[in-house]
Design a protein around this ligand. Structure first.
Ligand SMILES: C[S@@+](CC[C@H](N)C(=O)[O-])C[C@H]1O[C@@H](n2cnc3c(N)ncnc32)[C@H](O)[C@@H]1O
Length: 222
């Protein structure tokens, strides 16, 4: 069965889990997600003064990593969950955050040097429109970093087995994590994803796998 990604339902779900989001991320990734985000962001070209957009910014992890790597860049995070954005504003004082839908970005054409999106595209029903919007607001020659679950190998299956009981211990509402596992299963593997990005005008610059391929990063160029 294909999972429903009705935007209103997705927004409601993230608004609901926002307060526990960071705690749960640390738990289900066994503390590795920050390192993976850091190692991914390190692969980007981040020149002083560069304008960077973090799409589906959540509680601001990527914005924080980007600014750690170069405090002289300007980072704008956007997310359609108000509760996530409110947490990001408190957590990353040096970045700017806006409540916005990635399928309809409130930015001018070619206004960003770099765009990042971590664990976001998988949740977007009209992901084709989100990719068109990403392409539109990125400058020519700019980099788009995408990070999410990668290959569906044996290590990925181990993740699927370990996560539900952990969540059961720490988290009352199991529904969002059923969603997490199902959206992970239905998400294209990196090879297929790269072809989708290419069909939207991007070309592959770099691909890197983490945690035995369970997580994968692609840097696409416009
Ligand atoms: C799994 S979280 C990832 C958050 C963060 N990037 C991270 O790596 O921790 C996915 C985020 O995407 C946001 N999101 C999903 N669909 C969106 C859309 N169409 N426009 C903007 N944000 C969206 C959700 O609100 C949520 O905060």
């Amino acid at each position: 069965m294909t999972i429903s990604k009705n935007p209103e339902k997705i927004k409601e779900m993230f608004n609901l889990i926002a307060e526990k989001y960071d705690f749960n991320n640390n738990l289900i990734s066994l503390g590795t997600h920050r390192l993976v985000k850091h190692l991914s962001a390190k692969e980007l070209r981040l020149d002083d003064g560069a304008k960077v957009l973090d799409e589906c910014c959540g509680t601001g992890d990527f914005a924080q990593e980007l600014l750690r790597l170069n405090s002289l860049i300007k980072v704008i995070g956007c997310d359609f969950s108000e509760n996530m954005v409110n947490l990001a504003v408190k957590k990353v004082k040096k970045a700017e955050f806006v409540v916005a839908d990635c399928t309809n970005l409130p930015f001018e054409n070619e206004s960003f040097d770099t765009i990042t999106m971590g664990f976001g595209l998988r949740n977007i029903e009209d992901y084709e429109q989100a990719l068109d919007e990403t392409f539109r607001v990125l400058k020519k020659g700019g980099e788009f970093l995408h990070l999410d679950f990668g290959r569906k190998n044996i290590f990925s299956k181990v993740f699927d087995i370990i996560v539900p009981p952990l969540i059961k211990i720490f988290y009352g509402e199991k529904l969002p994590y059923k969603y997490l596992l199902q959206s992970k299963r239905e998400f294209p593997e990196p090879q297929e994803l790269i072809k989708i990005f290419e069909s939207h005008g991007f070309s592959l610059k770099k691909r890197k796998d983490f945690l035995y391929g369970v997580i994968s990063m692609q840097i696409m160029e416009k």
